[in-house]
Design a protein around this ligand. Structure first.
Ligand code: HEM
Length: 427
């Protein structure tokens, strides 16, 4: 087989599969061979060029003109006509948001909507995150065992996300199912039967986002980001369009919670498997921010992202024609020994850990990163203080939703002896 630039495809490249096998089990490990000897390769199964080294991934992020983000939310696997018909029935119209918008529209819109992400604005959410975390931990602290994903890590970021956006609290269970469907629809490889179910859920999600938006338009006076966007629309209707608001309502719900839930679950897996690191942050909570950052480096919740070539370009020494698609694998970049010493080791004291690419880089870099960081810090502060003796339930097998980009365990069971709880020892 040959790649679109006429070069032969190696055996490893031909076998690379983003949806089953090694990449699903341990993504950075699955690309070790590529980082070593074929850092940019064409994957015929995926139809994308895969970029694996730190410098190359960063260079692609840095140039969002040559490497357009317009395909970031496109379906990685085209779906059947039947599934597409279901989406049409729901008037599904997910279009430009911020993350998949080209310049100059993107920067204009990003600037117009930055306000809600300023540190003093984000600070308003902190007491709520603290209060929710305490309430949720109260529910299970005397029990001795819990699935943290089911009983804490989905719902709190979702509640915070809705609060951030200004959306009244809704049916959390339905929103969780919608978000999973959106991930499979965009980054997964659903079977023909799954495609139909996913299309129903995504269609419902879209309609739901539209209804919330309509309700909000009646009185957009609140503090939420979407309310702010509705008010800004009056001043700049060409920058903040109706289509943008509807798409952002749906994408925003996902961007703001699933990522944070997964990142925290990934961090807990790493920290509890590296007991010395866990004990260190229990003893000294001031180590938590850097520890959380190191977990984002080693096991972030968005592991790969996409770009489209708007011109012929050279990436990592490989010539790639205009119109080709890139899968830039941040988790592989974050494990690149050319940039991080002992890259596979969890080192909570690492001094360059914040240079990881898990939030992207450059003009599209995650706007919500400081909200995510604040939530992760508070989760870790509360869990280390109240459950320092917790451990992973040993016999569990962690399972991940097969897809190219979003990563976090479906469930995470931990256990402890409630008689040894530092507080509430005698409930
Ligand atoms: C963009 C990751 C949490 C809002 C992005 C991008 C990544 C990312 C990889 C694309 C960056 C690029 O193209 O260079 C994450 C991770 C999170 C997280 C790993 C949690 C650990 C959040 C939260 C919010 C948010 C909590 C909102 C409150 C956004 C927005 C963009 C974005 C609005 C688009 C920015 C633009 O294109 O200008 N995020 N994110 N994210 N994220 Fe996040």
């Amino acid at each position: 087989a040959t790649a679109p630039n006429g070069c032969p495809v190696s055996h490893e490249a031909a076998n690379f599969d983003a949806f089953t096998g090694p990449y699903q089990i341990d993504p950075p490990e699955a690309l070790r061979w590529a980082r070593a000897k074929e850092p940019v390769f064409y994957s015929p199964r995926l139809g994308y060029w895969v970029v694996t080294r730190y410098e190359d991934v960063k260079a692609v992020f840095r140039d969002n003109i040559t490497f357009s983000p317009s395909i970031a939310l496109e379906k990685v696997t085209p779906t059947s006509e039947e599934a597409n018909a279901i989406l049409r029935r729901y008037d599904y119209g997910m279009n430009r948001t911020l993350v998949n918008e080209d310049e100059p529209a993107h920067l204009e819109r990003r600037r117009a909507l930055l306000h809600s992400f300023l540190p003093e604005e984000l600070a308003h959410h902190e007491p709520m995150v603290r209060r929710l975390t305490r309430q949720y931990v109260d529910r299970f602290i005397d029990r001795g065992e819990v699935d943290l994903v089911d009983e804490m890590l989905w719902e709190i970021p979702l509640t915070v996300a809705l609060h951030f956006l200004g959306v009244p609290e809704e049916d959390m269970g339905a929103l969780r199912q919608y978000s999973i469907a959106h991930t499979v629809n965009t980054w997964g490889r659903p079977s023909p039967e799954e495609q139909l179910k996913v299309a129903e859920a995504v269609g419902n999600f879209w309609q739901y986002a539209g209804r919330v938006l309509e309700k909000m338009r009646a009185d957009p006076s609140g503090h939420g980001w979407m309310e702010y966007a509705i008010r800004r629309q009056k001043e700049m209707p060409d920058v903040i369009t109706d289509s943008y608001l509807h798409s952002m309502m749906m994408a925003g719900i996902v961007a703001a919670h699933e990522t944070t839930a997964n990142a925290t679950a990934n961090a807990l897996v790493l920290l509890l498997r590296n007991r010395e690191a866990w004990d260190a942050i229990c003893a000294d909570p001031s180590l938590i921010p850097n520890a959380a950052e190191e977990c984002l480096r080693l096991s972030g919740s968005i592991i790969a992202w996409r770009r489209l070539l708007t011109a012929d370009a050279r990436v990592g020494g490989v010539d790639i024609p205009k119109g080709e698609r890139l899968l830039i694998v941040m988790t592989s970049a974050n494990h690149d020994e050319r940039h991080f010493e002992n890259p596979d080791e969890l080192d909570i004291y690492r001094d360059n850990t914040t240079e990881h690419l898990s939030f992207g880089y450059g003009s599209h870099q995650c706007m919500g990163k400081n909200l995510a960081r604040m939530e992760m810090r508070i989760f870790l502060e509360e869990l280390t203080r109240r459950l320092p003796h917790m451990e992973l339930v040993p016999e569990q097998e962690l399972e991940y939703l097969p897809n190219t980009s979003f990563r976090g365990p479906d469930h995470l069971r931990v256990r402890w002896n409630p008689a040894l709880n530092p507080e509430r020892r005698d409930p």
